[in-house]
Design a protein around this ligand. Structure first.
Ligand code: HEC
Ligand code: HEC
Length: 147
C-alpha cells in the first residue's frame, strides 16, 4: 500500500469512528429534542425532557460545587452509581434542595397575597450555589468565604 493509500484509509477510519460516536446514543451527542423517553438510564430523583436540559443542570451543579463531572461520575458510564464517588450524596442534596424550595414557597404564601409578587419571589429559588458558592464544602462563616 502506498503512503497516500494508508493516509486515506486512516482518514476514512477516523471519519467512520466519529460518525459511529455521533450515531450511538451516547448522551453527550444528543440534540435538544424531546426523546421517546426521558433521558438517563438511572434517574432516581431528577427528570428531564431533553438531554440538553440534563446536561445544563449537570453543568450548573458542577460549577456550583467547583468540581468536575468526575467528582460524582465514572466518565465511561454516567449511569453507574459508585460508592467511592459523591453521586449518592448529591442525590440526597438534590432532594433536600427540592424540599427547601417547597418550604420556602409555604413561607412566602403566608404573607404575600398578590399572585404576581408571589411568582416573582418564588423565581428566586434555593440552589446548590446558594450554599456551596463554588465550593465542595459550603462556607459556614464570612471568614470561610474569604479563605
Ligand atoms: C455533585 C454530583 C454531580 C456532578 C458534579 C455531576 N453529576 Fe451528573 N448526575 C448526578 C446525579 C446524582 C445523577 C442521577 C440523578 C438521579 O438519580 O435522578 C446524575 C446523572 C447524570 C447523567 C444521566 C446518567 C444515566 O443515564 O442515568 C448524565 C449523562 C450526567 N449526570 C452527566 C454529567 C456531566 C456531563 C457532568 C459534568 C458536567 C455531571 N454529570 C456532573 C450527579 C452529578
Ligand atoms: C442549605 C444549604 C445547602 C444546599 C442548598 C446544598 N448543599 Fe450540599 N452540602 C451542604 C452542607 C452544609 C454540606 C456538608 C458539609 C460539608 O461537606 O462540608 C453539604 C455537602 C454536600 C456534598 C457532600 C460533600 C462530601 O464531603 O462528601 C455534596 C456532594 C453536596 N453537598 C452536593 C450538593 C448539591 C448537588 C446541591 C444542589 C442540588 C447541594 N449540595 C445543595 C449544604 C447545602
Amino acid at each position: 500500500m502506498s503512503l497516500k493509500n494508508i493516509l486515506y484509509s486512516a482518514a476514512l477510519l477516523i471519519a467512520l469512528c466519529s460518525l459511529a460516536l455521533i450515531a450511538s446514543d451516547s448522551p453527550l451527542w444528543s440534540e435538544e429534542k424531546p426523546l421517546s423517553k426521558p433521558p438517563g438510564k438511572n434517574m432516581q430523583v431528577l427528570e428531564f425532557e431533553t438531554m440538553v436540559q440534563l446536561q445544563t443542570y449537570m453543568k450548573e451543579i458542577t460549577d456550583s460545587l467547583g468540581v468536575t463531572c468526575k467528582y460524582c461520575h465514572e466518565i465511561r458510564d454516567f449511569s453507574r452509581d459508585s460508592e467511592d464517588l459523591h453521586k449518592n450524596k448529591a442525590r440526597e442534596m438534590i432532594v433536600m434542595t427540592k424540599e427547601y424550595n417547597l418550604r420556602l414557597a409555604e413561607f412566602y404564601k403566608k404573607f404575600i397575597t398578590d399572585e404576581e409578587q408571589l411568582k416573582q419571589k418564588l423565581e428566586n429559588k434555593i440552589t446548590c450555589f446558594t450554599c456551596h458558592r463554588g465550593k465542595e464544602h459550603p462556607p459556614a462563616t464570612k471568614a470561610d468565604v474569604e479563605k
